[in-house]
Design a protein. Structure first.
Length: 245
């Protein structure tokens, strides 16, 4: 069998994340069903990121071993997939390639709008936070996340899969205003803990509106107390933009 790398995009509003679950639709289940229909074989998928319910992706990376040639199956595959999931590319790769183990880093984007009224077309893609934010205060504070730290204060606890290693490296944070009242956060790192990006964003937003002091991040990293940091930003503003290899 040959190993194939798929780049997958999805709009996560009506999906319960990447991983299969008995509670409803998942990206893994929908993609698995479509591949089984085309290739008529058992399908096992691995993904670079197990995105949560409501989180979107433009550059999720998935690998699958297939008995038949697959590079020409892109059109057929997308015809079988629901409208909120698309495979952007299919590429044959080395047999040993694994999307998680071989990833060098991930880039997430988070979008927030501070206008008084929400934009209806954005309601599933953008966090509407109708309060003034000091973007320069946010930019300055964000630089304290750069480097290798213990990010326990920015990790939510998984009951069935508790983390034991909280050391992660954030390599880049960029905050821009592509439109008036619209803020785009770009966060890159080697790996991320459960809800870590959303907790970073929520903390920066609290700093931007004055709920937390601008110099608190080193203290939060040192204290390792999740309850001392900011709110967990809503899932629908987050997009897995790309995975680096």
């Amino acid at each position: 069998m040959a190993n194939y790398k798929l780049i997958v995009a999805y709009e996560g509003t009506n999906l319960l994340g990447w991983q299969k679950t008995r509670m409803g639709r998942s990206v893994e289940e929908e993609l698995e069903k479509a591949l089984q229909t085309i290739f008529q074989q058992p399908i096992s998928l691995q993904a670079a990121s197990r995105t949560d319910a409501g989180v979107h992706a433009l550059g999720q990376v998935v690998n699958v071993h297939l008995e038949k040639e697959a590079t020409g199956a892109l059109v057929s595959l997308n015809q079988l997939l629901p409208a909120d999931i698309a495979v952007l590319s299919i590429e044959r790769v080395a047999d040993e390639f694994h999307p998680t183990l071989h990833a060098l880093g991930k880039e997430y984007h988070y979008t927030l709008r501070t206008s008084t009224f929400h934009i209806p077309q954005e309601r599933h893609l953008v966090w509407h936070f109708p309060y003034a934010l000091d973007i320069e205060r946010i930019r300055a504070a964000s630089q304290d996340f750069l480097g290798t730290h213990d990010f326990k204060a920015f990790c939510n606890v998984k009951k069935n899969d508790p983390e034991t290693d909280f050391i992660r490296t954030v390599t880049h944070i960029e905050i821009t205003e592509p439109q008036r009242d619209k803020i785009l956060f770009k966060v890159e790192g080697n790996r991320f803990l459960y809800k870590m990006v959303r907790n970073i964003i929520g903390t920066l937003v609290y700093i931007g509106c004055g709920k937390l002091p601008s110099d608190i991040i080193p203290q939060l990293l040192e204290g390792k107390d999740r309850t001392a940091a900011g709110v967990t930003a809503p899932a629908h503003g987050l997009t897995l933009f790309r995975v680096k290899y």
